[in-house]
Design a protein around this ligand. Structure first.
Ligand SMILES: Cc1ncc(COP(=O)(O)O)c(C=O)c1O
Length: 366
């Protein structure tokens, strides 16, 4: 259509992000009962929604005719209090994904480049492309972790952003505090370092303290989300914490009501539900022990994980994904990440994990 000539090439050429398939869609296509489908595809919470968040949402239903507080005063104050920073250091996003987009708006453009690790969360690349920035990809180490030494070396005079995803999606691998400190000692002050810590609260390893760089007023921002640890993925709410001038620059492209009233209320309550987070983490540890042991028995290569999902090499991941889907189990193929022989599985309840392993054995036998 002629009208499409107006779409800029960097948008026209974008290949949209392929999210985990929704239960409803798979049920429809496969003629399955949605209640029997096991979705282990989007690193969502295995224990559902935080109970305190649920209670707060029920109480808030009658307020929903009102617009939200666009500035998110209550939630931002609470987050600021938790981390010992000021409200001005906190930005809310419609999921932390939206903050990645703010970073694109404010820090990317033609002539600039962003440094990412191979096999890092794919949205960084999408954002760079969308905003016309070049992507400099740095190979991971052999064990699939970010190579921060090489990432520091890849920075040049046109680099505006470096993304460190820790733990990393989709590999589940981590960089440690020493690697981060050495990296931070080397990076120039005119590059924004993004610590994407979507899985921090449910991290099964030792989570490095990156907030100290924010407190030192360094050129960085830490991103967190309520989608994973707190079971609020459907509400779309996340946050970033950084030095105020950086947060101010990210606030500029933000729409006035980017996060909903319900999401702010639920998120605030969820922060009090640390028991829920602990229970989830304990379950993921069991899931990790179980799955890693099963993969070993099956002779499948996997990446030891530090979070609530795991990457395993099954051979032809797309086909395994399709076969599992026919059997009512949704996981993620990894060809989009350049890992066509691998799949990624989110840890569910132990019952769901066992169903997945049974079906996987069935698929690999056939
Ligand atoms: C590493 C990472 N960052 C950010 C996000 C975005 O999360 P949300 O937009 O739900 O906060 C995800 C979601 O899968 C993720 O894995």
């Amino acid at each position: 259509m002629e009208v499409l000539k107006h779409v800029p090439s960097q948008i026209a050429e974008l290949i949209p992000y392929e999210p985990g398939r929704p239960i409803e869609a798979v049920a429809r296509e496969m003629g399955l009962n949605p209640e029997e489908i096991v979705k282990l595809a989007s690193n969502e919470s295995a224990l559902g929604v935080s109970r305190l968040a649920k209670r707060a949402m029920k109480k808030a239903v009658d307020e929903m005719f009102l617009y939200p507080d666009g500035g998110g005063y209550n939630l931002r104050s609470k987050i600021a209090g938790m981390f010992g920073v000021e409200q001005g250091n906190v930005i809310l996003g419609n999921g932390s994904n939206e903050i990645l987009e703010f970073i694109g708006h404010s820090f990317m453009g033609e002539g600039k480049n962003v440094v990412v690790s191979e096999y890092a969360f794919i949205v960084y690349r999408l954002m760079a492309k969308m905003f016309g920035a070049e992507v400099k990809e740095v190979p991971t180490k052999k064990n699939f972790t970010h190579n921060l030494t090489e990432m520091a070396k890849a920075i040049d005079e046109n680099t505006s952003v470096v993304f460190i995803c820790n733990p990393n999606n989709p590999t589940g691998s981590m960089v440690n505090a020493t690697e981060i400190r050495k990296f931070m000692d080397k990076v120039p002050e005119d590059v924004l370092i993004v610590f994407d810590e979507a899985y921090a609260e449910i991290c099964l390893g030792r989570m490095p303290d990156t907030m100290k760089y924010v407190l030192e007023n360094r050129n960085c921002i830490v991103l967190r989300t309520f989608s994973k640890a707190y079971g609020l993925a459907g509400l779309r709410i996340g946050y970033g914490i950084g030095p105020q001038p950086i947060v101010d620059a990210l606030q500029k492209p933000r729409q006035p009501f980017n996060t909903t009233r319900m999401a702010q209320i639920a998120a605030e309550a969820a922060l009090d539900d640390q028991g829920f987070v602990r229970r989830c983490r304990a379950l993921y540890r069991k899931g990790k022990n179980y799955m890693e042991a099963e993969f070993e028995k099956m002779g499948l290569e996997f990446v030891p994980t530090s979070t609530n999902f795991i990457l395993v090499k099954t051979g032809n991941g797309r086909q395994v994904f399709e076969e599992l889907q026919k059997r009512g189990v949704i996981i993620r193929p990894m060809d989009g990440y350049g890992l066509p022989e691998w799949i990624r599985i989110t840890f569910g309840t132990m019952e769901q994990n066992e169903i997945f392993i049974d079906k996987l054995k069935e698929v690999l036998k056939s």
